[in-house]
Design a protein around this ligand. Structure first.
Ligand code: NAG
Ligand code: NAG
Ligand code: NAG
Ligand code: NAG
Length: 456
């Protein structure tokens, strides 16, 4: 019996969890135009260039799945759109612009939306949209003004508020691409916007209708972590503050904000009571209030992250590994043993760009081959973009983040020890990725079989 369980566990661990299924996939993104002619005219006029459209962020609210589409190049007709989750007739749905075509138009005098990266729906039914307001960064960069937050009422899709960041909160090279919303109190909600270009954090108070900018060394990129290598494309990035995730509020009413720069393998945290006090947050007194959690090691640069409030599990993407990992925050220690691999695949998880958990406890991940889009060219003949989903419980099953009781904790730890060197070998591997994977998989299986033989 013990041996059988060990073998089952072995297979589970060795194969990585991969308990997510592809819900949607696209070769190229298409939109729902009012008519066939309008779509054709948009293509003729160059306002819709399918090859230039890439999905980047996602959010699920009731039956709508929102997708952000940054305007990195010309020909992106809408920067925020959605698909209808109720429509199960296709895995490749055309997207509907949010709110409408007019709110997406760049020919308006003061466009409502220019180039959005992240959206977040709070439990009060508001959609928070972070707009960098910079278009065509990969062609001829155009600035439309400081970055802004737009807040829509999802009950009737009205624009509730538009907060343009004050000029003094924008720095040279500022670029806002990540957002977290602390919205358990609808009247006293805070939004946190990460500046990756000039490392900093802008905190917005819904009640006070004002924002302030927080500085900290931990927001800066690590110069030693700039190497990226994804499916044969190598490049260097030096991006600062990026992934943000908020814990469930404590009895004090405050949460923990977990964060990391993109160019870094480190994870940090800070109590939101520090950020929400404008006087304190903008003073030099906050240095010691920020905590270092630990490092993810080689190739451990993480992108977007999200914390499932029910289980307290933090999910984060690992672009250099074509993977999604998790960490059970309740365990406190950010060691390798305390973190788990949710999903890893060299085909379906190439550049995991965003990750969320909806209010039905489903995990959602968007992968978009961003490195191909930026440094090469997406091949329109193959699937380039995928949205994967699965329940949180299934996603973390048999990983270090599993919140259900573990039958044999020592056994799992032992396996972790056996497998850890293997993971490192893969991470540091210099050969082709597929060879490295095969090696790690077979090594893991051999380790498991040895363990199995001893127990049997
Ligand atoms: C989607 O389906 C749910 C029930 O499954 C229903 O409550 C909701 O109104 C539907 N939404 C739309 C937009 O049709
Ligand atoms: C980055 O990668 C290059 C080879 O691609 C290597 O020579 C260099 O040492 C790496 N730098 C760091 C800091 O790891
Ligand atoms: C966060 O700060 C609040 C207010 O100072 C405090 O009550 C709470 O215990 C702090 N939480 C943590 C985890 O330190
Ligand atoms: C905010 O921080 C300042 C400076 O540390 C402190 O004097 C003040 O009491 C704090 N305000 C609140 C509401 O906690």
């Amino acid at each position: 019996m013990l041996a059988y369980l060990a073998l089952t566990l072995c297979l589970g661990v060795a194969m990585a969890n991969n308990n997510l299924r592809v819900a949607y996939e696209w070769r190229e993104i298409d939109f729902k135009y009012e008519s066939y002619d309008q779509r054709w005219q948009a293509i003729e006029a160059g306002s819709f260039k399918p090859a230039n459209v890439i999905p980047y962020g996602l959010e699920v609210y009731r039956s709508r799945l929102f997708i952000t589409l940054p305007r990195w190049r010309a020909g992106v007709p809408a920067t925020l759109a959605y698909l209808d989750l109720n429509d199960t007739s296709t895995q490749t749905p055309a997207l509907t612009p949010f709110l409408n075509w007019q709110s997406q138009s760049l020919s308006e005098e003061n466009p409502e939306l220019v180039s959005t990266f992240r959206v977040r729906a709070d439990r009060c039914g508001r959609l928070w949209v972070l707009d960098s307001r910079i278009s065509s960064v990969l062609e001829q960069t155009k600035l439309y003004g400081p970055a802004q937050l737009l807040i829509y009422d999802l009950h009737n899709d009205n624009l509730l508020r538009r907060h343009v960041f004050p000029a003094e909160q924008m720095k040279q090279n500022s670029f806002f691409a990540n957002l977290a919303v602390e919205g358990h109190d609808c009247e006293n909600t805070y939004a946190y916007a990460a500046d990756l270009g000039s490392p900093g954090l802008v905190v917005y108070s819904w009640r006070d209708q004002e924002s302030w900018r927080v500085q900290h060394h931990f927001f800066h990129p690590d110069p030693m972590a700039g190497n990226f290598s994804i499916n044969g494309i190598e490049f260097q990035w030096d991006d600062g503050l990026y992934g943000l995730a908020l814990s469930k509020p404590e009895t004090s009413g405050f949460s923990t904000l977990y964060f990391h720069p993109l160019t870094s393998s480190m994870e940090f945290s800070v109590n939101t009571s520090v950020l929400r006090n404008k006087t304190l947050a903008t003073s030099g007194q906050i240095y010691r209030e920020f905590k270092v959690l630990g490092s993810r090691g080689t190739n451990g640069q993480a992108g977007a992250q999200f914390l499932d409030q029910e289980t307290g599990v933090l999910f984060y993407t690992l672009p250099n590994m074509n993977a999604v990992d998790c960490w059970k925050t309740s365990d406190g220690m950010y060691t390798e043993k305390q973190r788990g691999r949710v999903y890893m695949d060299d085909k379906t998880m190439v550049f995991p760009s965003d990750i969320k958990v909806d209010d039905k406890h489903n995990l959602w991940v968007l992968s978009n081959q961003l490195q191909e889009y930026i440094y090469d060219e997406l091949y329109p003949g193959s699937v380039n973009f995928r949205i994967l989903t699965g329940s949180v419980q299934e996603a973390i099953k048999n990983t270090a983040c599993d919140t259900k009781a573990k039958p044999f904790p020592e056994l799992i730890n032992k396996l972790g020890d056996i497998l850890n060197p293997v993971t490192n070998t893969k991470a540091a591997g210099s050969g082709p990725r597929s060879a490295a994977s095969t090696y790690s998989l077979s090594a893991a299986l051999i380790s498991c079989l040895l363990l199995f033989a001893r127990l049997a």
